[in-house]
Ligand binder design. Sequence first.
Ligand code: PEP
Ligand code: MN
Length: 360
Amino acid sequence: MLVVMQAHATPENIRAVCGKIESLGYRAHAIPGAERTAIGITGNQGEVEAATLEEMAGVQEVIRVTKPYKLVSRDIKEENTVIAFGGTDASFGGPGLAIIAGPCAIESGEQAFTIAERVQRAGAQFFRGGAYKPRTSPYSFQGLGEEALKIMAEVRERFGLKIVTEAIDNESLELVEEYADVIQIGARNMQNFSLLKRAGRSRKPVLLKRGMAATLEEFLMAAEYVMSEGNYNVVLCERGVRTFADHTRNTLDLSLIPAVQRLSHLPIIVDPSHGTGKRNKVTPLSRAAIAVGADGLIIEVHHEPDRALSDGLQSLYPDQFEQLMAQVKQIAPVVGRTVIGMREHALVAHAYGSPSQASS
Ligand code: PEP
Ligand code: MN
């Protein structure tokens, strides 16, 4: 159920309706919009007594939401959600594209600082790096844990980049929310419902990756889990799904972007690194992602990818990332977006389809 308030409803009216909903034993989610506030009701097993709510001061109408997802839906909030980071240009869902870049995993301070310096100079506002790595093999590098989080906190200090890093369980989430600016929930955990609920109780924004076999509805329901606990700052991320295709690691499903944007107000970004698994395909798919209307990119970058402890084959060299950013900057205005934080002098636009970008 959704209570749509009148445009002139007062904060007291809104509080009274929320109070009534809570007194009925449900949870109220007041989501302000440009024109009016809508209040989502969750926790109800069946129909809520609509008539009582309808009679309250400031209420315009009470709508039954038939879709399984409610808080993620445009029914509750028509305009796009913008997640801003106070005092910086960094945001998700605003006119400026969100650019996240960095290594798959933090390996050392020196590695992180070297990469951070390059991606910041090329125009990224966010630095990514895994501290806890969900690896297919238990014998592969599992991440440096809290030591990596401390390194990333230093990256923020030194380079002014916001930190995005993955939590793989409730224990790591405690630490990640302490050190990071954005909590990443990985593809393998997209349906780890207890973790999603825990992230929903955090005050930090959540970057939620699509599960490798998740339908659009399952993906939106995962975001609903986070929002149902009161954290409305969720960024979705398309990172490729499993198909029969074996020329790439995953099949990047760019059609998901307009499909999500039709149904949901949440920002959605694209991860062409995991989406393709191949360095030579990251730049072309990044261009396509911006053209299709994504709100940003998350890109793996490593200065010595041959020596990377994870995902070296899909990591761009810093120079390639710089070229990619120059191209993104050219495409962005075509779809009404900008790239903030780019230093003009550092950029050289390279022609599309240059030999270094040719597909194998
Ligand atoms: C990652 O971002 O390094 C990662 C493990 O991504 P995904 O969860 O999409 O596989
Ligand atoms: Mn990776």
